[in-house]
Design a protein around this ligand. Structure first.
Ligand code: PRP
Ligand code: URA
Length: 209
C-alpha cells in the first residue's frame, strides 16, 4: 500500500503561502517552486541507501557514509513538473532527468500524452516523478503507468499541492508508489482546479496567461 507523506516544515509552509498568493509573479513563483522542491527532496530521498567509504581528512583516515546502490532519475511531468527539477538537481547532481509530456484536456480533464524521453537504464534507478499539482490524479497516474511500461520499478511521486481525489486515484491505481506532498487541500472545483490551490501551475511558472 502507498505511503502518503505530508511534509510540513515551517520553511515549506511559508514558501507555499507565497506561491499560492495571486500577487506573486512568474519570477518569484519559479524561484519559490524550485526552493520548495529542494526542501522536499530532503525528505523524499530520506531512505536512499548509503555505504561506508574510507576517506582521509587533513587530520586522519576515517570511515564516512556516501550514497550507494541505485542511482536516481527525476521525471518531471511537462510543463509544470519542470519547475521542480532545478531544486532537485542541485541536491542530486548525478541524477538523470527524463521528461513525460502530458496536458489535461480542458473539457474532459483527461490527460493527453505528447512526449516521452527517459533514461535508458530507467529500470535500475530510483525514480522520482515531479509535478506541483495532483488534482484528479489522472496525469500522475498515466505518467507512472508510462514509466512502468518502460521498465521503471521503484517510483515515488512528489507534488506541492494535492486534492484528496488525486491522492485516492494515484494510490489506488499504483499502491506500490509512495507519495510526498507539501499540502493536502480541500477539494476540486467544478473545473477540476484545486481549492484553494494556486491556480494553473504551468501558466504561473511560464507566464502563459
Ligand atoms: C497540470 C499539472 C498536472 C495536471 C494535474 O498540468 O501540472 O500535470 O494539471 O491535473 P490532474 O491531476 O487532474 O491530471 P496541465 O495539464 O495544466 O499542463 P501544463 O503543466 O503544461 O500547464
Ligand atoms: N492543474 C493546475 O495547474 N492547477 C490545478 O489546480 C489543477 C490542475
Amino acid at each position: 500500500m502507498s505511503k502518503v507523506t505530508q511534509i510540513t516544515h515551517p520553511l515549506i509552509l511559508h514558501k507555499l503561502a507565497l506561491i499560492r498568493d495571486k500577487h506573486t509573479g512568474s519570477k518569484d513563483f519559479r524561484e519559490l517552486v524550485e526552493e520548495v522542491a529542494m526542501l522536499m527532496a530532503y525528505e523524499v530521498t530520506r531512505n536512499l541507501q548509503t555505504e561506508d567509504v574510507e576517506i582521509e581528512t587533513p587530520i586522519c583516515k576515517t570511515t564516512c557514509k556516501m550514497l550507494s546502490g541505485k542511482k536516481v532519475a527525476i521525471i518531471p511531468i511537462l510543463r509544470a513538473g519542470l519547475g521542480m527539477v532545478g531544486g532537485m538537481i542541485k541536491l542530486i547532481p548525478a541524477a538523470k532527468v527524463g521528461h513525460i509530456g502530458l496536458y489535461r484536456d480542458e473539457a474532459t480533464l483527461k490527460p493527453v500524452e505528447y512526449f516521452c524521453k527517459l533514461p535508458q537504464d530507467i529500470g535500475e534507478r530510483e525514480v522520482i516523478v515531479t509535478d506541483p499539482m495532483l488534482a484528479t490524479g489522472g496525469s500522475a497516474s498515466d505518467a507512472i503507468t508510462i514509466l512502468k511500461k518502460k521498465g521503471a520499478k521503484n517510483i515515488r511521486l512528489m507534488c506541492l499541492i494535492a486534492a484528496p481525489e488525486g491522492i485516492k486515484t494515484v494510490t489506488e491505481i499504483h499502491p506500490d508508489v509512495d507519495v510526498y506532498i507539501a499540502s493536502i487541500d480541500e477539494k476540486l472545483n467544478e473545473n477540476g482546479y484545486i481549492v484553494p490551490g494556486l491556480g494553473d501551475a504551468g501558466d504561473r511558472l511560464y507566464g502563459t496567461k
